[in-house]
Ligand binder design. Structure first.
Ligand SMILES: [Zn+2]
Length: 303
């Protein structure tokens, strides 16, 4: 068995060729042409009469299902040549034709899943081409294909088609970065590390962040927090804890600087009564002072 640990539902389809006859070097993103849950999609592919499947499915709530183990070829793209070398992913649509819009949660999971697939299968980066011939012949390193190249289909829908380059950029950025950070949150304590661009901390649960830690082995980082009672902290560096835990003091804001030349950093915070702030850049304070509003979650990325 070979599959992503991001999977939360498994329903293996009989519609597969086992094993695949080619190394995995391609990702093909499809749209379900409907707002199917991963369970509904799984039941469809579990039926032999469907004569179709995909390796993975993603529903609009962002959950990921497995239908065909990565070691096997799915019946997804109307092309054995493609599907023997590709991981195929069906994504649910929260909008109709011709755009076949996809939810932000599904898109986030799709990016995460692609990063995970690339890492495990030694795909160094995703390369998209707007040229059909280049895509179908895998020229110039192109390793993203689309169903509409192989059959008279709208798949993956105009929305996901337009986003292919953006998805490649996001996946490549995440693979190259080792920026990670975590939040110490009221009730939960230290939450797991998350990586560049991901959300650290829970929103919608009215819980204060109390401390943060940032780490990267590739770039220099400095960061500070503004905390209830204590005000602005000093600037901390890579791996140090900013903020006091065990005293029930809320963080109200934070700031991050990147000390590596040529790198810019941006970040936002989820603030009580306000929600997500706009992006703040390179040392700019993010949050509030003197308003008794708790910081609940943060997102940090290079730009
Ligand atoms: Zn398709």
């Amino acid at each position: 068995m070979g599959y992503s640990s991001l999977v939360s539902y498994i329903n293996l389809s009989p519609n597969r060729t086992s094993p695949r006859n080619n190394k995995i070097d391609t990702i093909t993103i499809h749209c379900m042409a409907g707002n199917l849950s991963i369970e509904t999609c799984g039941r469809l592919f579990a039926n032999y009469n469907t004569q179709a499947s995909s390796n993975y499915g993603i529903s609009s709530d962002g959950r990921i299902g497995l239908y065909v183990d990565e070691n096997n070829r799915s019946w997804c793209t109307s092309s054995p040549f493609n599907d023997n070398r590709a991981i195929t992913i069906e994504v649910a649509n929260d909008g109709g034709a011709p755009d076949w819009h996809v939810s932000d949660k599904a898109l986030q999971s799709l990016t995460k899943l692609c990063v995970d697939i690339c890492k495990r299968n030694a795909i160094k980066k995703l390369v998209w081409s707007t040229d059909k011939y280049t895509r179908m012949n895998h020229l110039d390193g192109c390793n993203m294909t689309v169903h509409r190249d192989y059959a008279n289909k709208a798949c993956p829908g105009d929305y996901l088609y337009r986003l292919q380059q953006q998805i490649a950029n996001d996946v490549n950025k995440a693979m190259n970065s080792d920026l990670r950070y975590r939040v110490h949150q009221q009730t939960y304590g230290w939450l797991p590390w998350v990586y560049e661009g991901e959300c650290a901390g829970y929103t919608g649960r009215s819980k204060r962040a109390e401390s943060i830690i940032l780490e990267s082995t590739k770039v220099g980082l400095m960061y500070m927090v503004h905390q209830q009672t204590y005000g602005d902290s000093q600037w901390f560096t890579n791996g140090q804890q900013a903020g006091v835990t065990g005293q029930s003091k809320r963080l109200e804001g934070f700031a991050v600087k990147c000390t590596t030349k040529g790198k810019r950093i941006r970040y936002k915070g989820h603030i009580q009564g306000i929600g997500w702030t706009d992006w703040c850049y390179d040392g700019e304070f993010c949050g509030t002072r003197g308003q008794s509003r708790r910081l609940e979650a943060i997102i940090i990325e290079f730009c």
